[in-house]
Ligand binder design. Structure first.
Ligand SMILES: Nc1nc2c(c(=O)[nH]1)N[C@H]1C(S)=C(S)[C@@H](COP(=O)(O)O)O[C@H]1N2
Ligand SMILES: [Mo]
Length: 302
């Protein structure tokens, strides 16, 4: 049986499946669903018109921030290896016509695209990641928000049996991790729901099986392993804003002129190289997104 599988599946797929088997049965199921979409190259490639230099895949999957596992980047990767995403569901509720519960299969019916984006962490490092996902606006259209919906609130899984830091006596953050976007930011075509990167399904440490990616904002807005999307009237309090409001604002737009109280944001370390570069307003996406903030004081609304 295994011998036959070797002949009827492309070799790379076969090898990759074997790697997934090592991750355990739970991960395998949802991975293979996404995997088969991606292996069929059922997504539109990014032509990389800006000629961004893509970061090493090894780096992007090992230098991670995922506090639910651990604040230690190495340990987060280690603990994420047995992350179980079997039967994953995303719940949509709030100011929409009727609540929806979507499986990964439902979510994968949106048109998938590769998007090569800069990622700028508030810790002053950056990389370039080739994500695979769909525009969040497609999901919003499906949810049919009412006129009352002004913000979207996103929530990460809360599961003490899976996340070491959630289970600790003194958790680092007030979990579950919550993030939010204004409706017009959420509807912007750059705003992505990612299910993969480097032409493969997301790994646990990068927010499997589905996460947000907002390229013009600091990385912490790009919330991982989503289970809930709520359409709300009022601006929600977000995890980092609650933790330190003078350090992490709601908007978190990348801005070289607004320093973090403890360090400058004017430059960034390019991960995987010895160089630094100037940080760009809106992380280089000014042309696309500046109009969202016309007339707003970006220093006050940081
Ligand atoms: N749920 C959750 N989402 C999260 C984080 C986290 O700790 N928990 N870290 C954020 C931060 S600070 C960054 S920089 C990005 C990092 O994404 P990456 O590790 O895939 O590069 O994820 C963001 N999303
Ligand atoms: Mo970050």
């Amino acid at each position: 049986m295994k011998e036959i599988a070797k002949y009827i599946t492309p070799e790379s797929f076969y090898k990759r499946r074997r790697e997934f088997v090592k991750l355990g049965a739970g991960t395998l199921l949802s991975l293979s669903l996404i995997q088969s979409k991606l292996m069929a190259l059922d997504f539109k490639n990014d032509e990389n018109l800006d000629k961004l230099k893509i970061s090493d895949e090894k780096l992007a999957t090992s230098y991670v921030n995922f506090y639910e596992f651990s604040t230690d980047k190495r340990k987060a990767v280690e603990y994420a290896q047995k992350f179980n995403t079997q039967g994953w569901k995303v719940e949509l509720s709030g100011e929409i016509e009727k609540p929806l519960i979507l499986s990964m299969e439902d979510l994968l019916s949106f048109p998938l695209e590769e998007r090569i984006y800069r990622l700028r962490c508030v810790e002053a490092w950056s990389m370039v990641v080739p994500w695979i996902g769909f525009e969040l606006r497609h999901l919003i259209e499906k949810a049919r928000p009412t006129n009352e919906a002004k913000f979207i609130k996103f929530t990460t899984l809360f599961d003490k049996t899976q996340f070491n830091d959630q289970n600790s006596f003194f958790p680092t953050l007030d979990y579950p991790y919550v993030e939010s976007l204004r409706m017009d930011e959420a509807l912007h075509p750059l705003t992505l729901m990612a299910v993969g990167m480097y032409k493969k399904p997301l790994l646990g440490q990068n927010g499997a099986p589905i996460r947000l990616v907002v390229p013009w904002k600091y990385g912490f807005k790009s919330i991982k392993s989503l289970v809930k999307i709520e359409f709300v009237k009022e601006r929600p309090k977000t995890t980092w804003e609650l933790y330190a409001p003078h350090e992490y604002g709601f908007y978190a737009n990348v801005n070289p002129e607004v320093s973090h109280p403890r360090w400058s944001q004017a430059h960034e370390r390019i991960l995987g190289s010895f160089s630094t570069q100037k940080t760009l307003l809106f992380n280089g996406y000014e042309k696309e997104v500046a109009s969202l903030y016309a007339g707003m004081d970006l220093k006050k609304n940081f």
